[in-house]
Design a binder for this molecule. Sequence first.
Ligand code: NAD
Length: 372
Amino acid sequence: MQLRVTSLPGDGIGPEVIQQARRVLEQVAGGFGHTLELDEKEIGGAALTKFGHPLPDGTIQACLASQAVLLGAVGGPAFDHHPREIRPEAGLLRLRQALGAYANLRPAVFYPVLRESSPLREDVVRGTDILIVRELLGGLYFGQPRSIEGANGSREAVNTMRYGEAEIDRIARIGFALARKRRKKLVSVDKSNVLECSRLWREVVTRVGSEFPDVLLSHMYVDSAAMALVLKPTEFDVVLTENMFGDILSDQAGGVVGSLGLLASASIGGPVGLYEPVHGSAPDIAGRGIANPLGAILSVALMLRHTFQLPREAECVETAVMSALGGGLRTRDLARAGERTVTTEEIGWQIAEFVRQAAKTGGPSDRVSVSV
Ligand code: NAD
């Protein structure tokens, strides 16, 4: 199969984690007999520095000509003073729009091998396996009008939360379809006791839900959902929610299971899927070779599953990650005090090596293992 991918390393630790994710993807392609066409372009601060724009035309065109985009992270202190439209983050928001990627999938899974990484007691968090389905192109992040106006001392800021029925309908369908392939439970999160957008959200989600009678639908207010995520994380399966609530709850879910560096995401719904780790550019550790590349590598697994419909290859990458962790490999963010740590490059190499060996035997198996 032909795999056409554009890689956008971006800023900070983005290039470091994407280098390892690419290495794993190359190994998957080579090992399972696929042809990989990998193009690399700039986005964010890297693009601003080179082209004066956070999302140059050449980057959009390359992304639209591919089947999937693998992105590192954007942003950094050097750009924090820039006006909103020419900040690195504006490039990412525009890319999501250009790709029509309206459904952001963010899995948060508890791995027993990393039990010490979760701040929660193991009996509370063991078994957590949540898929957050976040609407990505609507709500407060895109609603117009938006402004800061007035004289200093009496300025007023405005953002607009806006949702249309069609936007809610299409994300709800994605959520229910995914729940159908999992444990068949979907919690829709809103704030319908206060917000009109949420009242419409609840009505449309309920209507779509009637077409999926095999999926158990429930509704929660976002404040209760935030509390329940910490108190009873194992009770959640699919969480369906709007843009800002999803942004916040998915980071919280990441905290529940342990490390931000482990979290992967897929943004789908348009013609080209966008895959990126959930973390940012981590300027505090950039350039030191200590970033955790697992979120980026697990984003490759999501790409193989959702864009290329290659579940065996996706499972191979996920098993490779588990094998690396099971073998005791830890980047600094995952290690306990006194525990030996490995570099970004070392863990990436080991995972790629696992994939190479597993591919020879036709897929992941218990006989292939990675050790420290
Ligand atoms: P961040 O995710 O970059 O970092 C938060 C903390 O987690 C830092 O201490 C960092 O060292 C650590 N961390 C993050 N990823 C890690 C990894 N892979 N391995 C080890 N440790 C890791 O969030 P922030 O500090 O709030 O933001 C930094 C910059 O990133 C800002 O410019 C922000 O706008 C940008 N950002 C970009 C994205 C994106 O590109 N999707 C997302 C969030 C933040």
